[in-house]
Design a protein around this ligand. Structure first.
Ligand code: ADE
Length: 230
């Protein structure tokens, strides 16, 4: 069982992406527990303020340390966390290896940034891992957190119907996944490769491997340098 506590100023933004399909099933099966924490509950004053101007001047608000500290403190009262992750474009870029690694943990906190950024002392003193989902800037960390949680959640044993299917995902062995087909076998004269209809498991496995290799060679040759290393 993996428990993920997500700290955000926009919990509504995460409810829907994490409330459907495979993530919903993972939660219903008790394999994945996601708790959304509204940072404003730890904010100050009538407006539950969690951001302020930056020292030294400059445009844009900064997420303050105190509400984040109070929220993390209260979470830590009941749980020992394996990682406290901050979603940020200057973090380590998410890949399948990171998702695999994180899926082996039991308790994670994900902090979603907003505004101009977060007080650097949060990063220095509380955060243990910083993750980016790519070289582009989103308006907040929530959608990035949804991507991260989805990539982890589907790897948890028992989440996917056919447990082995995550093993054959693209990137699991540094190869892209082969093409797949479904009925009808002939649509407008566009035929499914005959080998897939042959019933010959070995031939199908070989074909899929070849297609994976071809696809990786043409689309992502950079991945191939790792193939055959193990
Ligand atoms: N927050 C804003 N942009 C982001 C990105 N690319 N990855 C992770 N968190 C972000």
């Amino acid at each position: 069982m993996l428990k993920i506590d997500i700290i955000t100023v926009l919990p509504e933004l995460l409810e829907s992406p994490l409330g459907h399909s495979i993530m919903k099933r993972a939660k219903e099966k008790g394999i994945l527990h996601i708790n959304l924490h509204d940072l404003r509950d730890y904010g100050k004053g009538k407006h539950r303020q969690v951001d302020d101007y930056q020292f030294g001047g400059g445009a844009g608000m900064v997420m303050q340390i105190e509400p984040v500290d109070n929220c993390i403190k209260s979470l830590k009262e009941n749980t020992k966390y394996d990682e406290i992750i901050y979603m940020t474009p200057d973090g380590q870029q998410l890949n399948q290896g990171i998702a695999n690694e994180l899926s082996l943990h039991e308790n994670l906190i994900i902090l979603c940034g907003h505004y101009k950024g977060i007080d650097e002392r949060i990063r220095e003193h509380f955060i243990t891992k910083e993750i980016s989902i790519g070289d582009y800037v989103l308006s907040g960390g929530e959608l990035a957190a949804a991507v991260l949680v989805d990539s982890i959640g589907r790897l948890l044993p028992g989440v996917l119907n056919d447990e082995t299917s995550a093993l054959f995902d693209s990137f699991q062995d540094d190869l892209l996944a082969p093409p797949v087909y479904s009925r009808p076998s002939n649509y407008n004269g566009w035929e499914v490769p005959p080998v897939l209809l042959s019933g010959n498991d070995k031939a199908i496995e070989d074909w899929r491997y070849q297609k994976s290799l071809e696809r990786t060679k043409t689309r992502r040759p950079d991945l191939l340098k790792n193939v055959g290393d193990e």
